[in-house]
Design a protein around this ligand. Structure first.
Ligand code: ADP
Ligand code: MG
Ligand code: ZN
Length: 477
């Protein structure tokens, strides 16, 4: 029997508000433990929560950007459980009446577009953070994060592979960053993912028994955790076993998932509506104002780049995957109006230097203006394209501008005809064998001659001239 994987993701995204969701404590990351707390987020008796309007606005922004419907009325509920990081003994979340439902996200999977449905997006508060110091048999508790606003984005089980799960996550993260509601920082926990996965006979419509892998905090780990879990379930099913519905954790050093202790997952949350908070009525005029304030989203920007700049769809996809990379690209065009050239440089040199998808391009020392200066030096014939890459690397390591590097290294291109002709004559003389083979029809040898000329000129000869002159000289017999 052949099986197929079924995956649904629950993503928690921390909203970029300055204060917490039900009190005015700061949400700033990295402060001294327990310095950003008050009676409300500490859950003292007798206090009353007040909803942060900005948190609601950001949640609505996220919902609209993912095609969700905003429900006219939603409600906060108490999710009751006992854990040391939850001083109130309950988490305020939304349960039966979430803020929004029925959204979707388009992802690319094996080159095809696929729609992943979003079941709901709701608001909730974060819990505190426990830091265990096993060697000392000690646990530390930091409640700064308690009450920080989150949205939970729950997908339908529409995802069919670990790669697709990562595409979905990347797309979602990119949108949240584009609309400015979340910084997307997975290391600091601003974006966390629970991955649900089951198997079923290929083609079947029924869902199999799932397991949930909690709190996976990088794209790579999501992929690894899912791959491991799919393999584990597969071998269990193939050997006649049964999947147990359970919550598991991912051990990133061993690359495996393992069950959480059963006490921790014996859940009976006893949800009920929070009597201290009024139902949320999202004014439809306000919702429309928020909708019209949304920036251009990655999908729309992708289409516009293709049409406006006439770059290939692939380039546009890479450039618009991150808002900052797309901004960098468009900033370059303000100084240097050749979209395809700029795109090539960003996709190869710039992204390679930033190791990946452009994290940190906003503060990259080679600003759009500096990159443009370099590209202009190629256009006006000062340097050739190959040398330009060396100049780029030198700019990265020394922080100098293109012109300076070129002058210091003396890598100006040789475009002087007689100088190049002289070098070529010398090389033709020195390689009679290759010359006769070339003349006998082995035209591929042109590469050999170009290589020799470049070696002799330390890469500085104008490649266009070299090619022309070589072809002429070699065909004279
Ligand atoms: P739970 O009650 O365990 O939280 P839900 O039905 O609320 O389960 O779904 C939680 C997440 O799990 C959703 O993202 C959903 O798409 C996904 N999911 C539900 N059932 C399955 C399944 N059988 N296989 C894979 N994912 C599933
Ligand atoms: Mg769940
Ligand atoms: Zn507080």
């Amino acid at each position: 029997m052949e099986y197929e994987a079924v995956i649904g993701l629950e993503v928690h995204a921390q909203l970029l508000t300055e204060s917490k969701i039900f009190c005015s404590c700061s949400t700033k990351f990295g402060a001294n433990p327990n310095s950003q707390v008050c009676p409300i987020c500490l859950g003292m008796p007798g206090v009353l929560p007040v909803l942060n309007e900005r948190a609601l606005e950001y949640a609505i922004r996220a919902a609209l950007a993912t095609q969700c419907e905003i429900l006219a009325k939603s409600r906060f509920a108490r999710k009751n459980y006992f854990y040391p990081d939850l001083p109130k003994g309950y988490q305020i979340s939304q349960y039966e009446e979430p803020l929004s439902t029925n959204g979707s996200l388009e992802v690319e999977s094996n080159g095809l577009k696929k729609k992943i449905r979003i079941r709901r997006i709701h608001l909730e508060e974060d819990a505190g953070k426990l830091i265990h110091e096993h060697s000392q048999n000690l646990s530390h508790l930091d409640l700064n994060r308690t009450g920080v606003p989150l949205i939970e984005i729950v997908s339908e089980p529409d995802i069919a592979s670990s790669e697709e799960a990562v595409s979905y996550l990347k797309k979602l993260r990119s949108i949240l960053i584009y609309i400015g509601v979340c910084d997307g920082n997975m290391e600091e926990g601003s974006l966390r993912c629970d991955a649900n996965v089951s198997l079923r006979p290929k083609g079947s419509q029924e869902l199999g028994t799932k397991t949930e892998i909690k709190n996976v905090n990088s794209f790579k780990f999501v992929q690894k955790a899912l791959e491991y879990e799919i393999r584990r379930q597969l071998s269990l099913l193939e050997s006649g076993g049964k999947i147990v519905q359970e919550t598991r954790l991912f051990d990133s050093t061993k690359g495996i998932t393992f069950p959480m202790r059963s006490k921790e997952e014996a859940h009976d949350y006893r949800y009920f509506p929070d009597p201290d908070l009024l139902p949320v009525v999202a004014d439809s005029k306000w919702v429309e104002d928020i909708r019209s304030s949304l920036p251009e989203l990655p999908g729309a920007r992708h289409k516009r780049f293709i049409e406006e700049y006439k770059i290939p769809a692939y380039d546009s996809e890479v450039l618009t995957a991150s808002k900052e990379v797309a901004d960098y690209f468009e900033d370059c065009l303000k100084y240097y109006d050749k979209p395809k050239t700029v795109s090539n440089w960003i996709m190869t040199e710039v992204l390679r230097e930033l190791k990946g998808e452009g994290e940190g391009i906003k503060t990259f020392q080679i600003t759009p203006e500096k990159l443009s200066e370099l590209l202009k030096l190629i256009d006006d014939g000062t340097i050739n394209g190959k040398i330009a890459k060396d100049v780029f690397n030198e700019m990265v390591s020394t922080n100098k501008r293109a012109g300076e590097v070129v002058a210091e290294k003396g890598v100006m291109q040789i475009s002087d005809l007689s100088e190049i002709e002289e070098v070529i004559s010398r090389i033709i003389e020195r390689n009679p064998d290759e010359v006769s083979r070339y003349r006998a029809g082995q035209e591929k040898l042109i590469g050999f001659f170009v290589g020799e000329v470049m070696k002799a000129t330390r890469g500085k000869a104008n490649p266009k001239l070299v090619n022309e002159i070589l072809k002429n000289k070699l065909s004279e017999s």
